[in-house]
Design a protein around this ligand. Sequence first.
Ligand code: CAA
Length: 380
Amino acid sequence: MNFELTEEQQMIRQAARDFANTELLPGVIERDEKQEFPKELLNKMGQAGFMGMMVSPEYGGSGLDTLSYVLTMEELSKIDASASVIVSVNNSLVCWGLETFGTEEQKKKYLTRLASGEIIGAFCLSEPEAGSDATSQKTTAIDKGDHYVLNGTKNWITNGASADVYLVIAQTDREKGHKGINALIVEKGMEGFELGPKENKLGIRGSDTHSLLFNDVKVPKENRIGEDGFGFKFAMKTLSGGRIGIAAQALGIAAGAYELAKKYSQERKAFGTEICNHQAIAFKLADMHTEIQAARLLVYQAACDKDANRNYDMSGAMAKLYASKVAMETTVEAVQVFGGNGFVKEYHVERLMRDAKITQIYEGTSEIQKIVISRGILDR
Ligand code: CAA
């Protein structure tokens, strides 16, 4: 077993770290407060090659492995989890889904622009009554011969307003249950497609999260991904990889909070010495460091499973379950190390604590990850 990163992977990690410190750190508090993510910053992420990391160069991507993507997610998330969720959804859910299951025409038309960051994508599965229970789709895509007519509402959609391309999961034939679900490519500006309200969130406030409304939207048949009825499997397969990206985000949030807490503890004095010299603080750092490294190994293992074409449903779910728990616990402890300053926005740890929570919720709650893991263990 070899735990070394290649030289290329180390360089990619360093480039992401530099980008996060020079481009994302300035303004991160303001973006969180104002709940906005400027287009110029999105463009810079595209120019840096972050938007289509695993996409083949043939379609404008960087052609990198999942481990490189995970390393990038970790570094971006240490500084700005709002930026990293934009990267994650575009890479894992939209680009990967299109490259793996899309037609040549769909790839040429959408993937190349998505991978370069010229446009960004959104993944639209969740509904008011279909969050964890994802087969209970109320949105319908009725087959009208050469097109579908799409009606319904999607909720909590990351990149809801800023995306140009939306992968929408909808029910075509209710009698067939999950086998009657399709995944359709919907473009911004299609008649009848409207943006619903923007969510006012606890964390990842820089990324825009909206509901979406579809009212008799005509979607051409050539915009369907895969065979008729493949939509639910498309969503599940895509989310399996997405969970590795979110696990890496959780890992980065935890590591970012830990690094800040460690530095602060070496500067801040109490009772005549730096607080890291008090065992109460030193032991917190020891616990954080150990837990983060355990999470890191799970995340990297899931990425390596994907790169080696092994099944990664379970390893991705374990990585997400564990890393998101570590993110939550570590950020709470980091705020504690900072004491009163931890409660103040300029020290960053309170934001990381708020950002951590979503990693236990989106792309499958922790409880859903346990369903996936237990089914994997029990071979069901
Ligand atoms: N790969 C391929 N196929 C899969 C699969 C996978 N990982 N998981 C399930 N399937 C298939 C099953 O084999 C089954 O097909 P067959 O009938 O042909 O065998 C079909 O899908 C239905 O599976 P289940 O019977 O297991 O379905 P279920 O109703 O019990 O649900 C679940 C399974 C795991 C709970 C699933 O509903 C789930 O993952 N729910 C969570 C949804 C989720 O993650 N939502 C996140 C929203 S997206 C988001 O957050 C993005 C964002 O903006 C950040």
